[in-house]
Write a protein that binds this ligand. Sequence first.
Ligand SMILES: [Zn+2]
Length: 316
Amino acid sequence: MKKQMLSLFLALALTGCAAPGPGSTSAPAESGAAPAGSKAPASASQEESGYDRREAIERPEIGAEVVIDPPYDFDPAEMVPDDFGDYFTDCDHPTQVSTYKLAEGTDIENEVTVLQGEEEGPTIYIVAGVHGDEIAGWMTGNLVKKIGIRAGTVHILSPANRWGAEADPRVRYVTEQEDLNRSFPGDPEGNMAQRVADSIYQDIQRVDPVFLFDLHEARANAENKDFLGSSLIYTDLSEMSDMYLEMLMATESGELCSERFNFYGPGPIGSINNTVTTQLGIPTITVETYRGYELERRIGDQLDIVEYVLRYYGLI
Ligand SMILES: [Zn+2]
């Protein structure tokens, strides 16, 4: 059964059937709620925080009125919610932590954190919060800065769109209507979003990771717009098909995350996902969590996915 479903996923994914057009009614997002299968027991840290990521919550129907960013238990002004500090299991390895600047001394300066494990291993790059108001994305990036990895290297840029994340109220764009995720590979002489995109793209090219994470969030239902829901977006599966499909299967069976994740591809033109995949040949997954859920749940799901990939590549 499992193998059959995996083949089905593969067939759908590789033929591009998973990518819905605007207003599509065939998006897998519509079929709804988390599987009712058995849930793994909560870890000690989850019990302490009072948050159970496996708790089933019904997904609202398409078109239903949805509260974006419903109330949550911790202060959203905190860039890192403490409750999630020890969320990863077995991630307290001695780790060298350092930082460096992108576009140092300019108006688009930002900071990258580097985790270096004691053992040799591959490098993974995490870009979180390309959209400033997608808070579970960059809060997850900030949390990952606190873990200890066994091997390899992790670069973390979070929030990548710190201007949007620091605005009050927080906004998707870098400034005005400049969408960072339509500005890649960027332009050092362009508008602010294009310059930011260029600084990020150049750094990814320099670091040359084996894998890139792009942590986002999905908007609530809206007229004439795609409903992505919680999903994993790819542009090319050839370098990572096993891992990608195993992750989808794990969300389907209830072993990973709070619900079944959808799959879509390719990333839009000008997105970091599409550009890094096609121009640099680096496998990339964009993680989207649905903003109609409570923040704790969204961060929990993002951390689940990140942990899965770090483990897959042998970093933890
Ligand atoms: Zn986004």
